[in-house]
Design a protein around this ligand. Structure first.
Ligand SMILES: Cc1ncc(COP(=O)(O)O)c(C=O)c1O
Length: 365
């Protein structure tokens, strides 16, 4: 149950999903009148019109350097991480990743026998200089440059350049996970790291989970050119195909501009919820709590003072129906005590104050 809660943490709120439009796309896909669809041949990288739609979207919105033949569809980011881990990591290979960082990536790399090298993070993202001081070969660096998981900070441009330079010099791969790049409320999302790569060493990964879960369950990678053939062969050993209707509906959804309109609309919606939660938490907790100023994603990163024990805080949140998880799973080393993620996607503005008040009252405030 705990793992499940952790996995579904930060999902979009169901009442904001574009269900009517999605139904329309699905209905159209079921009519099978489209000649392209009838002529469909199995392709382990997925339905070509969807790969074209994703490719165009990534060029437009994320400045990814992309062609449809380099796009491979998966049922989520996790499956893509797994396949790339299987292909790139041999037992004992060093893999560098952010500390704190996405536990799903770390656990996946560990299952392939990786030796994990944690790299610290500050207000400008992964401290890339640390890579220079590692005195063994690092085969792969996993990084979340557009929205660091869990702090939300953006990897600065000088560090992006330094990271790409390091990867080219050391002949390493970069795994860029662009998860949650869509939701930034103050500053504009920074273009992808992959778009700056001139050495064909970045594997770009993203998922529709943050935007469309559970309506759409699709993720994808954009491969370096030199890996396309190898990954194509490997993926064919795992799955030759997957559900065509969903792929066809999603291709139309993207091509007709519904995805970008949905993101634009929900960005405004979630920004309001975030602001309301910040206001409520500040009012109830004042100086007893630190709230990270990063305005992005669907959770606030908060730190409580020493007067509150972890179990006490988690129980108080649960009974007040505040979505709160500890960040301890995100750390390999030096985990921060009393640091939590507080979700706001599911908190209606009109009841946020009442909910947070209940949470504070449960803590005796
Ligand atoms: C950084 C990051 N990447 C990927 C994912 C998961 O993507 P998917 O559910 O499509 O496997 C998550 C989910 O929490 C995440 O935090």
């Amino acid at each position: 149950v705990e793992l499940f809660a952790e996995l579904n943490y930060g999902a979009p709120t169901v009442d904001q999903l574009p269900l009517t439009r999605w139904k329309e796309m699905l209905y159209r896909a079921t009519r099978y009148q489209d000649g392209n669809m009838l002529a469909y041949h199995s392709d382990p990288f997925g339905y070509m019109p969807l790969r074209e739609a994703i490719c165009n979207y990534l060029i437009r919105s994320r400045s990814v350097n992309c062609t449809p033949d380099r796009v491979a569809i998966f049922s989520g980011a996790q499956g893509a991480l797994d396949l790339m881990g299987r292909l790139l990591i041999d037992n004992g290979d060093a893999v560098a990743l952010e500390n704190p960082g996405f536990p799903g990536a770390r656990r996946s790399m560990l299952t392939h026998g990786a030796e994990i090298i944690p790299i610290p993070v500050d207000g400008q993202g992964m401290i890339v200089e640390h890579l220079e001081s590692i005195n063994q070969r690092v085969k792969l660096v996993y990084v979340t440059p557009s929205h660091h998981d869990p702090t939300g900070v953006v990897l600065s441009l000088p560090r992006r350049i330094a990271l790409l330079d390091w990867a080219a010099r050391t002949d390493s791969f970069i795994f860029e996970d662009d998860y949650d790049s869509e939701y930034r409320y103050g500053d504009k999302p920074m273009p992808s790291l992959q778009g700056l790569d001139e050495h064909d060493c970045t594997i770009y990964l993203s998922t529709f989970w943050k935007v469309l879960y559970p309506v759409v369950r699709i993720g994808f990678i954009v491969l370096p050119r030199r890996m396309v053939r190898l990954v194509g062969r490997a993926k064919a050993l795992i799955e030759r195909d997957f559900p065509l209707l969903e792929q066809k509906a999603l291709a139309d959804f993207i091509e007709e501009g519904h995805l970008e309109r949905h993101i634009k609309r929900t960005r405004v919606f979630y920004a309001k919820r975030r602001a309301a939660l910040v206001q409520a938490v500040t009012k109830q907790f004042g100086k007893r709590i630190y709230i990270s100023p990063v305005t992005a994603g669907m959770h606030l990163l908060v730190r409580f003072g020493e007067e509150f024990e972890e179990e006490q805080v988690l129980t108080a949140a649960r009974t007040a129906e505040v979505s709160l998880v500890s960040t301890s799973h995100h750390y390999v080393v030096n985990s921060r005590q009393r640091e939590y993620l507080m979700g706001f996607a599911h908190l209606p503005e009109e009841s946020i104050h009442e909910t947070v008040q209940k949470f504070a009252a449960n803590l005796g405030l």
